[in-house]
Design a protein around this ligand. Sequence first.
Ligand SMILES: Cc1ncc(COP(=O)(O)O)c(C=O)c1O
Length: 390
Amino acid sequence: MKYNFDEQIDRSNTNAVKYDFRDKVFGTKEVLPMWVADMDFKTPDVIVQAVQERAKHEIYGYTGRTDSFAQSVTSWVKQRHGWSIDSNWISFSPGVVPALAMAVLAFTQPGDKIIAQTPVYFPFFNTIADNGRQLVINPLRIVNERYEMDWDDLEKKIDSRTSMLFLCSPHNPTGRVWSKEELQRLGEICVKNDILIVADEIHSDLILKPNKHTPIASISEEIAQQTITTIAPSKTFNIAGLASSVLIIPNKKLQTKYENMLNNLHLGMGNLFGIIALEAAYSHGAAWLDQMLDYLTENVDYVANYLEEHLPMVKLIKPEGTYLLWLDFRELKLSNEELRKLMIEKGKLGFNDGIIFGKGGKGFQRMNVACPKSTVIEGMQRLHKALGDM
Ligand SMILES: Cc1ncc(COP(=O)(O)O)c(C=O)c1O
């Protein structure tokens, strides 16, 4: 079956955060919404049908996760990433961010240091600081227009209070798909220093060719024993509203501790439609995903070519994964406020401000291109208008 990603779907008045909350975030409903990380594509038919079929039953009571739920996860991870996991390693969370917060509570003590590599998905900061832990920033470095980890800085910042590292892999917002060598080096540093790795791999299915995602826990037994991996079908298949994700925890002791936290917080039940959707996605979603990734690649190429040809003062950090483009406006030498105003007021563009992603985000904007090509074209035209006389 050939899917149509060109279709424009009206999402207004569905309580979609991306559309119906624009006035709260941007102060106007006029901006073209290319911000929050969900897609403007229809959820794959295989998921829609599974949810609709279940909805017909008309009783939506407490619902458990069966063996086939875990089976769908193990076979997906094997097929897409070549990682053989045991179904007993799988735990549940309503979302990846709640899983990060639960990991902080379960495995660290108040005052402990947790490392995050900025610029990075900003809820990382809250799950650390709001729970009374110290956020330690290990900023990424730009080398030849590509982000890299700063090993010297990382090793310097580790001390006896450092107990956890949040890895974003692939990385949002820089679009880096970390290589096996980088992940191995990071894993070995964490093993050596007894630092628990919490690997947020929510974007791991969104890989642009020819890049390849390596689950950090698949690299060695030692690293696996010290890693908690979170994945979800939410970004991959556009079902974030169904709030269902999973953790892969090969270390039994760690898994028991995590499960205790989940149960203490009474968050383990999950959502009936989320359970159905996750299983359908991982069992039958591959063909849709492959086509979507090809479409996404065209959108990325369009932006890259457009900027090069018409707006060379804006540099695109070439993405290796995710559908989130990291645009470098530093050449314009604008303050955060000036750049934000330029995008919203002159461009009528709803991007994410780079600065919200922490140190290293100043002068950048994040643009979501998981949308029909016509929206991407409109976005580039608006950007051109905003920057035309600069
Ligand atoms: C790196 C990363 N982690 C987690 C999330 C959100 O996860 P959830 O909605 O499952 O809490 C996002 C959403 O953009 C993300 O980019």
